[in-house]
Design a protein around this ligand. Structure first.
Ligand SMILES: N[C@@H](CCC(=O)N[C@@H](CS)C(=O)NCC(=O)O)C(=O)O
Length: 290
């Protein structure tokens, strides 16, 4: 039949009369024949499924990285059963929000590819029952690991990635460098990122009707952010990057916050030359487009 199917008219009623007759039977009769045929194959399908299950359960999972998308392995000749499972950890992401952008930049700096699941915050997807089952906090980013474990909190996700892929180091190498970066990251999160989000939430029309807005509080937060960037401009006069002479997570946190500040009209001032120099340096990195 497969042979005849490739020829135009090869399955017409006089060419394959049995098949043509079968096609003319009522649906219920044809379904019954199909079920009968498949019934013969069922034990075979079940045993294959069972064998695959046993193979998967008895294997030891090893995580590999396909550097620049390339992974090469030579299978052992004497090992009768070898199974390769390809899975890319999905990142629950949002193209416009600053917190997932931190993780995207971090992954890009490490040269790691990942699968994105876009969660549409504007459409309310973060409060859907489906997403709350993924993260009860209703926030992105969430990184889902091979075994189903889900990591929330952008900074914790970055720390996890750093531990698995230490090069290039983005959280510092020496104890002193690590402490400096951590100190700067925390300072940026508390004194800059949080007030920026508060300014956004309490003054922007996007949140009107979604949350209770306290405009005066939002304005206060905005002034705090402006003052903090002024302080950081002075800090950057004697520091190439946010936490010393090397690019780090602190620059990612600072840069994504500065970019996000645009929604509430916060931009570096023409007089903030060090801040402008730093912003342009980070913006020129390929990861800034992540
Ligand atoms: N602490 C969290 C903050 C995450 C967060 O605030 N995510 C925002 C986007 S930047 C979010 O998902 N908001 C969803 C919403 O407000 O509905 C982290 O750093 O991962």
């Amino acid at each position: 039949m497969r042979h005849r199917s490739t020829i135009p008219g090869g399955t017409c009623d006089f060419d394959l009369p049995d098949f043509s007759f079968w096609l003319s039977l009522p649906n219920s009769e044809r379904e019954a024949t199909l079920t009968q045929w498949l019934g013969l194959l069922r034990p075979l399908c079940d045993s294959i499924a069972e064998l695959l299950w046993l193979t998967r359960q008895s294997g030891r999972i090893r995580t590999e990285t396909a550097v620049n998308g390339v992974f090469h392995i030579t299978f052992e000749r004497n090992n009768p059963v070898q199974l390769l499972r390809v899975a890319i950890a999905p990142l629950y992401d949002n193209a416009f929000a600053p917190s997932p952008r931190r993780v995207r930049m971090f992954l890009a700096e490490k040269g790691l590819s990942f699968e994105r699941v876009e969660v549409d915050i504007a459409a309310g997807a973060t409060s859907s029952a489906e997403f709350l089952a993924v993260n009860p906090l209703g926030e992105v980013p969430v990184l889902e690991l091979d075994d189903g474990t889900r990591l929330t909190e952008s900074l914790a996700i970055c720390r996890y990635i750093e531990a698995l892929h230490p090069e290039p180091p983005l959280l510092g190498v020496s104890p002193l460098e690590q402490a400096r970066i951590e100190g700067m990251v925390l300072g940026l999160m508390f004194r800059l990122y949080l007030p920026t989000t508060h300014a956004f939430r309490h003054t922007h029309k996007f949140w009107q009707g979604r949350i209770e807005q306290v405009t005066a509080y939002g304005e206060l937060a905005r002034q705090q952010v402006i003052g903090e960037w002024q302080r950081l401009d002075a800090h950057l006069a004697s520091s190439a990057f946010m936490a010393g002479e090397r690019f780090s997570l602190a620059d990612i946190v600072g840069f994504t916050t500065l970019e996000f500040g645009k929604v509430v009209g916060i931009r570096p001032q023409a007089t903030q030359l060090h801040l402008l120099r730093w912003r342009d340096t980070i913006a020129a990195r390929p990861s800034a487009a992540a």
